[in-house]
Design a protein around this ligand. Sequence first.
Ligand code: NI
Length: 157
Amino acid sequence: MKEFLALQKDVVNKAYKQLSYITDADASIKPGKGWSKKEIIGHLIDSAANNHQRFVRAQFTSDLIFTGYAQDDWVRVQNYQDANWSSLLELWKAYNLMLIHVLEHIPDEQLDKPRKHHNLQQFGFREAVAGEPISLGYVVSDYFAHMQHHLEIALKN
Ligand code: NI
C-alpha cells in the first residue's frame, strides 16, 4: 500500500501540473453533452469528499456499507461550471494529498481484512459481486482507478 500511495501522490502532482496550464476559459468548454474540465475536477472533489468519509468510517466498523451520491446532480447544484478553475485545482490537489496522508496511517489489518457485508456494487467504480468479500484496500484502489479514468479524459485535449 505504501508504494501504491507514493505512486498516487505522483499521479496527483503530475496531473495538477498539467491541468494548471489550461486556462479558465478552456476549462469551461463543454464537449457536447459531457462535463467540462471544471465539472470533471468538481466531480473528483465530490468523489474525494465521499471517499474521505468512507476511509475514516470503515475503521470503526466491520462492514463496507456506504451511501452513494447522484454524481450529475452534485455537479449541477454546486455550479462547478461557474467556479474558479485554479481554486478547483488547488482544492482537488490538496484534498487528495490529505487523503493519501489519511490512507498512509490506516493499519494493514484494517486495509486487508475481508469484509463480507458491502455494497460496492452500488458505490464502486469497478465491478463487484454482492456476497463476495472485499477489503478496504480494494475500495482504496477503486477510488484511484476512478480518479485515473476521469483524469485521462480531462488531460486528453
Ligand atoms: Ni465518475
